[in-house]
Design a protein around this ligand. Structure first.
Ligand code: IVH
Length: 672
């Protein structure tokens, strides 16, 4: 019996070793060697053995990355070595001054060349990992530098952070503290916010906040569902290994199986660093993670020790910050923009100003309430912020700069375009123009109609639509389908070929899907996602139109507000005329029944966890009857992972590969 246990343990350890190695290749190196199926075989085998022999489960087993129970509150951890902050410089001259100070403190002349390591400065959330004998034993946030919050269970769910260190180059150090930054990639961040918007949840202001908000969750299950990543750039306490340089520290971090910041370099003099700074500033936008400068560190650890520290920052390192993405300028005017749904919102007209390398002339003021809360006046000097690709916004006025000539902003009572009296429904923060024929609303609704999520008419952008309206060749969206090439020729910058291309794409958009058409109509509160929900329940516009609000509300995800909006839309004569005209123009869409059957054609499903309402075989048959396919492992080619109770590693894989996961309920709905 003892022999058998030993055998099992040996097998378990072999499996763990192999899985760790393949995790590293996959999550850290981004170059997997196994197919997903092969990986799953290993993982499933390990899970099976651990389930059978729970006494062999260890906290660093790859199966333990799933997360623990939610906490009541975070514990506090003291850092063995304080986590310092960095002093900052903003210009080349200031950086040269830093170099001069360093060389002088080391007893050299100012023109002495010195080795530095330069790295991008990540804009994330700093953390410290503690590995004891190679096992991740705790993780904490930086906190006030001395004490941070314990986030061990959450950090364990981050896929690129190993639960145990790589040991190929000998045994692990008894203790090592590794410091770095938890980040949210920009593309994941945009995806997260789109989803939150669709779900009616508040948006994260930037990837940094999303990273912090996702890591600082009492329930590690939530953290696990967020695709966090982490890069490491510094060591705290380290036992059993002696290093000479910072560069070696970074190499050690890599060799232990963690990610270092991409693009770090060894520089030999100040000019190298100036060039590096410019290079990184140039690629900043193209990077998939947010950075706000470059960190420059004296390479030799001996030098670092003799330079020492000020109270909160070391003398041997500095953060050279990019031109800030915040600036101040004068608010010249406020104009009121009329949106597709008649929402009238304030837009700031500014004295043009450079913000993070881009000229900004207009900025958002959101709504009337925000305007009042911020208390801005025309003529104020205001702070402007631009975050990535987001529309710039006015943060606040600098009231101390007022001279007394600033003018209160008037809130309009009438539509600035059609002059109808505006209405502000109770409980809403926005005033609306009630006139559905308001030219501004018409323009915005045609722009929406043609947009990517709608009829997706290639080449037909806002500028051209506005021109067409001005020239009177269209009055509503349906008119687009009656346009001839000759109608387009008189438009600005229009050639024969372009005109033909646009006509072709308008015509091509006629064959669409039901959900695209629903979205394109611009029914209030019905975005792309809800349009799809509606498509899965209705097969014709008639049916949708004739469904009373109560019945609409019976559909999952459709609440009273959306139900009312839909009914309201179909009560409007003008909307009904538009629909009529669209169908007369030849707009067609796949009807829901057909769409459902075809929906699964070519779609690949993976089932994981226990299903409550049907057996696996039955689920498989249902999918196959509709032209879909069921496979046993998740890959990038998988379209849906159906997640039942207690899902296995396939669920993790789906999250990692960003494959759509659906619950059993959603799956049943999909089957109709
Ligand atoms: S080194 C004592 N390197 O910036 C030096 N920090 O403003 C320790 N940060 O708390 C920091 N990227 O959270 C270092 N490449 C990088 C960094 C970096 C981002 C953060 C770190 C630190 C803060 C200081």
């Amino acid at each position: 019996m003892a022999d058998q246990s030993e055998e099992v343990l040996k097998k378990i350890e072999e499996l763990r070793k192999a899985i760790r190695h393949h995790n590293y290749l996959y999550y850290v190196k981004d170059s997997p060697e196994l197919s997903d199926t092969e990986y799953d075989l290993l993982f499933d085998e390990l899970s099976r053995l651990e389930a059978q022999y729970p006494e062999f489960i260890t906290p660093d087993s790859p199966t333990q990355k799933v997360g623990a129970e939610p906490l009541e509150s975070f514990g506090v951890l003291e850092h063995r070595v304080p986590m310092l902050s960095l002093s900052k410089v903003n210009t080349e001259q200031e950086f040269r001054d830093f170099h001069r100070r360093v060389t002088e403190l080391l007893g050299y002349s100012a023109d002495t060349e010195l080795e530095y390591v330069a790295e991008p400065k990540l804009d994330g959330l700093s953390i410290e990992l503690v590995y004891e004998k190679g096992i991740l034993t705790s993780a904490s946030t930086r906190g006030d530098g001395v004490r941070g919050e314990e986030v061990t269970n959450n950090v364990k769910t981050i896929r690129s952070i190993p639960l145990s260190l790589f040991q190929e180059s000998g045994s692990s150090p008894p203790l090592i503290e590794i410091r770095g930054e938890v980040i949210y990639h920009k593309d994941d961040f945009n995806r997260l916010n789109r989803q939150r918007e669709a779900d009616g949840k508040p948006l994260f202001a930037n990837p940094r906040n999303a990273a912090a908000g996702s890591l600082r969750q009492l329930d590690p299950g939530i953290t696990r569902r967020r695709p966090l990543d982490a890069f490491f750039y510094d060591l705290g306490t380290i036992e059993g290994i002696t290093l000479q340089t910072h560069y070696e520290q970074l190499e050690l971090i890599s060799s232990l199986g963690l990610k270092t910041i991409p693009h770090y370099v060894l520089c030999h003099n100040v000019n190298d660093i100036v060039n590096y700074f410019k290079k990184i500033e140039g690629i900043r936008e193209a990077l998939n993670f947010e950075i706000d400068g470059v960190v420059i560190k004296v390479n030799k650890l001996d030098y670092q020790i003799s330079l020492g520290e000020l109270s909160r920052s070391p003398r041997w390192a500095v953060a050279w910050k990019f031109v800030p993405e915040e600036s101040t300028t004068v608010l010249k005017d406020v104009v009121w923009n009329v949106g597709r749904t008649g929402a009238v919102t304030p837009v700031a007209i500014l004295d043009p100003v450079q913000v993070g390398g881009v000229e900004v002339k207009r900025a958002s003021l959101h709504n009337e309430d925000e305007l009042q809360r911020k208390g801005v006046k025309i003529g104020d000097t205001v702070v402007i912020r631009r975050a990535g690709d987001v529309i710039p916004e006015v943060i606040k006025p600098l009231t101390e700069m007022r001279t007394g000539v600033e003018i209160e902003i008037e809130i309009p009572t009438h539509c600035p375009v059609c002059h109808s009296t505006l209405v502000r429904p109770d409980g809403e923060v926005i005033r609306r123009c009630p006139n559905v024929s308001c030219p501004a609303q018409v323009a915005e609704s045609i722009i929406h109609f043609a947009s990517k999520g709608g009829m997706d008419i290639d080449g037909l952008g806002p500028k051209l639509i506005l021109q067409m309206l001005e020239k009177g060749i269209i009055k509503d969206a349906a008119d687009l389908y009656f346009l001839k090439k000759a109608d387009l020729i008189p438009m600005e910058r229009m050639g024969d070929k372009l005109a033909q291309n646009i006509i072709d794409s308008i015509q091509a958009s006629k064959n669409t899907t039901f959900s695209r058409l629903i979205y394109a109509l611009g029914i209030r509160n019905v975005g792309e996602h809800l349009a799809k929900v509606l498509e899965s329940h209705f097969s014709s516009m008639e049916e949708l139109k004739n469904t009373p609000q109560e019945e609409l509300q019976a559909i999952d995800e459709i609440g009273p507000i959306v139900g009312e909006s839909i009914n309201f839309f179909f009560q409007d004569k003008q909307n009904l005329n538009l629909l009529d005209k669209l169908f007369k123009a030849g707009v067609t869409f796949k009807v829901a029944e057909k769409a459902q059957i075809q929906e699964l054609t070519g779609k690949t499903f993976v089932l994981t966890g226990a299903l409550e309402h049907l057996t696996r075989d039955k689920a498989k048959a249902e999918i196959e009857n509709r032209g879909g396919k069921v496979t046993s492992s998740v890959s990038k080619k998988t379209d849906y992972v159906v997640v039942g109770a207690d899902p296995g590693s396939k669920y993790d894989k789906a999250l990692e590969l960003k494959v759509t996961t659906i619950s059993e309920e959603e799956f049943l709905e999909m089957l109709g």
